[in-house]
Structures are given as C-alpha cells and as structure tokens.
Design a protein around this ligand. Sequence first.
Ligand SMILES: Cc1ncc(COP(=O)(O)O)c(C=O)c1O
Length: 297
Amino acid sequence: MPAVAYTNGRYGPIADAAVSIDDRGFQFADSVYEVAAFLNGRFVDWGKHLWRLNRSLAALHIRGVPSDAALSAIANRLVAQSRATDGLLYIQISRGVARRDHPFPANIRPTVVMTARHFDFTQRIGQQKAGIAVISLPDQRWARCDIKTTGLLPAVLAKQEARQAHAFEAMFHLPDGTVTEGGSTNMYMVDKAGTIITHPISARILPGIARDTLLGIARANQIRVEERAFSIEEARAAPELFLTSTTAPLLPIVRLDDAAVGTGKPGPVATGLAEHLWDEVQRQTGWSARPATVSAF
Ligand SMILES: Cc1ncc(COP(=O)(O)O)c(C=O)c1O
C-alpha cells in the first residue's frame, strides 16, 4: 500500500514530497499538527480533530488555512489514494516559508502537508490484553501543552528513554508530583472505589480526542469521573492505571517503573472501557477487531 502525501496542492508518493528549508515548521517548529485514525476508510472523531486543529492554529495566529470542508476533501482523497483501509492521517500546517527571522513575516501563506499511511490497529488488541509498561519522568515541556505544535523535543527524548527501558510510554510529572499526561497520550488512574481520575483540561495537557470520547463513554455508563490532578505517589498505589490516544486507543498500564500496578494484570475498569471504546470505533466506522461470531451451522 503506497504511503501518500499532499503538499500545498500536490498529491503524490511520500518520497517525492518536499517543503522548503526556509519553512518555519522546519526552522522554528512554528507549526501545528493533528493525527486522525481511519478504519474501514472512515475517520474516527473527524469533527473533533478539525475543532482542535482550528484551536491550535488560532493559538499561534496562523491564518489563511483552507476551510474545514477543503481540508476534509483533501483528507478523504489522500486516504483513497493510499489504498489503505486502516491507517493514520497526519496533518501539519506551518506558518509558511520566509527568510529566517523570528517575528511573523508579512503576507505569508501557510504550508499544508498531509500524509496517509497504513496502520495495523489489531496490534493494539494484544497490547490491551497484556497491558503495557510506563516509566515516570519529569515533565520538561513548556507552559502551553494544550497547543498541538510540532515542538516535540521533550516528548521525543522521553519516549526514547521509555523505549530504552522497554516501556511503551513515559508518564510525566511536575516538580510537585502532579501527573500531567504521557509523551503522546493522556493518563488516568482508577481509585479503589472505581472512579476514573485524570488531569483536568488546562494548559498543562493536550485536550486529547480519545480522552474526550472516553470520558463521555464513562459518564454515559454511570462510571464516576473526576477531572482533578493526581500525584505520582497516588498512581503508584492505584489499583488500575491506563492511557488513551488516537493511535492506542486505550491501553491498561500494568507496570510503573519497577513495580506492578494493582495485580500486575489489566484491571476490570480499563478492560471494560476499552471494549466500550472499540464499540464506539465500530459505531463510527463499522470496523471490528473482534472475531465474528461463528455460526452453529
Ligand atoms: C502530549 C499528548 N497528549 C495526549 C495525546 C493524545 O491525544 P489524542 O487522543 O487526541 O490522540 C497526544 C497525542 O498525540 C499527545 O501528543
């Protein structure tokens, strides 16, 4: 399946796609991005991704971006060209190309790049059943983590450290012990009463799309949700921890640093919620990773 790209009006193989070295995304990380999942050729939570993209663009005062309808048309065309049924769409929009100078250049046009690539979501089912490991690390990012910019160096370094420790993700905490989120995921603990606790929406975390969908599902199923800060010490004592993201969508955490979480196996709250999330994916796209029911005949 070909990985394909859109670059300012041009469609083609990723290998042939290029932007200028004067692009401000390259020079300053003066750019925002989105990652959306498609399964069965249909996007999950597309409207929410467009909402967050526009929010990020507004925060950086990037103007002159194609309309939502135009972006949607490009995205759908790219997915069709990729011939992938299941995959990830990446969108990056930078302020544009200009001679290197920090302030915003006058009359600049944004650079719009998209790629569509196959992604095998069934690998997540195995990870979900086994659970994953995370390591705790200091949150060394800036004070506007709610904007989805391509300035990702602290996340790059943290996720590399996690990989070297054979962990799936890094759990970030502030100097006072507050858990914010993961390198590219939102983080949750479940307390002894079965309440889901996660950092409230603030400039310290990205407003995750999977987070929003998950909390809606939890509330609809009468599972208590508390959007409040929790500490790394509370996390170590919690019966269950889990994370969410567009690419995950929910993975139970069974190891935090050198210790088992709870029983060391995925807990009932995380497992139940993961099933609800897959149901929602199926509702939106028709996709199901679960084996079809075998007929008795
Ligand atoms: C820092 C951070 N937090 C959370 C998330 C999860 O967000 P979403 O559910 O929209 O994928 C991401 C995704 O890239 C992220 O980079």
